[in-house]
Design a protein around this ligand. Structure first.
Ligand SMILES: Cc1cc2nc3c(=O)[nH]c(=O)nc-3n(C[C@H](O)[C@H](O)[C@H](O)COP(=O)(O)O)c2cc1C
Length: 341
């Protein structure tokens, strides 16, 4: 076993990631994708990252309803017909040693397909559609849609699910007072704004096997006056932990065009660290983590349990193998490639 913290295995329930360097979900907006069905492009893309040594790979935001797509080129799991193509990807990723995970999401008012819905009739910006405020029946339907999509993710062979409650999409829209102006049980005080996220989490946990991990991605702050913030994220983390969430993937922003983000290397890591320290819930850090030493220090110093990379993995799908070599860790190349190693 490796003595380099980033390359030590990480157990989540009955699943063990071979290391703590994971691939963050990234929409491909692929020209080949139709009706939410994954294509050979997705197969090549995701499997090459598994060959590249990542411990866990989160397939891009996958819509639980057709009008919950960010774009018409998104993947979906609202229909059984979408299972087989994702099953090929999940099985081959697992065969290459990576834990196959999928992010389930609903774009809400940030959908660019017809039928945008949201907590309140407030558009994201002038360039976006005016969302229809959701009635109770629609809220119930969305909760069920997440649950059914999780069943399909299981049928496809995924070993982890991540709920997308970040970046200004539907669940985040309910969390933030800037986008949620409801005065029913789903809006107003903190307990009401987190109700939908907790209900979706409980509905998914109810069908997602106890042996398999459940992750949630949040935006720790809206980076905007009067918005969702780190204090609320810490409180939400505690509530999610008691709903059976195993790890919080801590991102930020995306709720409002008025956000004032302070960007810099690892700029979101302190959020993951604070949530982990205050709640005891495991966290993953993401955002401008591009150096092997930097990623290793995050895990070594207990700032997060795992590190997610996105754009670095677009630049170099084999970056985990490269980082392992740089750090002097043992990370086996695929058997098929050993003559080149
Ligand atoms: C092309 C692209 C697509 C993305 N799609 C998603 C997505 O589907 N779900 C999500 O939560 N984040 C998405 N993100 C955000 C990344 O997961 C990540 O949080 C962000 O890029 C910061 O990490 P980085 O600095 O390593 O790129 C996307 C980012 C990129 C560049």
């Amino acid at each position: 076993m490796s003595h380099i913290p980033l390359f030590t295995p990480y157990p989540l329930r009955n699943v063990t990631a071979r290391n703590r360097l994971w691939i963050s979900p990234m929409c491909m907006y692929s020209v080949f994708a139709e009706d939410g069905i994954a294509t050979d492009w997705h197969l090549a893309h995701y499997v090459s990252r598994a060959v590249g040594g990542a411990g866990l790979i989160i397939v891009e935001a996958t819509a639980v309803e057709p009008h919950g797509r960010i774009s018409a080129r998104d993947l979906g799991l609202w229909d059984d017909a979408q299972i087989p193509a994702l099953a090929r990807i999940a099985h081959l990723m697992a065969g290459c040693g990576a834990v196959p995970a999928v992010q389930l999401g609903h774009a809400g008012r940030k959908a660019t397909v017809p039928g945008a819905i949201g907590p309140s009739p407030l558009p994201f910006s002038a360039d976006y559609a005016l969302p229809q405020a959701m009635a109770q029946g629609e809220i119930d339907r969305v909760i069920m849609a997440f649950q059914q999509a999780a069943r399909r993710a299981l049928a496809a062979g995924f070993q982890a699910v991540e709920l997308h409650a970040a970046h200004g999409y539907l669940l985040h829209q309910f969390l933030s007072p800037l986008s949620n102006r409801r005065d029913d049980q789903y809006g107003g005080d903190f307990d009401s704004r987190i109700r939908l996220t907790l209900a979706v989490t409980a509905a998914v946990r109810a069908v997602w096997p106890a042996e398999l991990p459940l992750l949630v991605r949040i935006s720790a702050t809206d980076w905007a006056e009067g918005g969702w913030d780190l204090e609320q994220s810490v409180d939400l983390a505690r509530r999610l932990a008691s709903e059976g969430v195993d790890l919080l993937d801590v991102s930020s922003g995306g709720l409002t065009p008025a956000q004032q983000i302070r960007l810099g290397p690892g700029y979101q890591v302190p959020f993951a660290q604070r949530i982990r320290q205050e709640t005891g819930l495991a966290t993953a850090a993401v955002g401008l983590i591009n150096q092997a030493q930097q990623a290793n220090a995050i895990v070594r110093d207990g700032q997060a349990d795992a590190v997610l990379i996105a754009r670095q993995s677009l630049r170099d799908p084999y970056w985990p193998l490269r980082a392992a070599r740089e750090l002097g860790a043992e990370l086996a190349a695929p058997a098929q490639y050993l003559r080149g190693w």
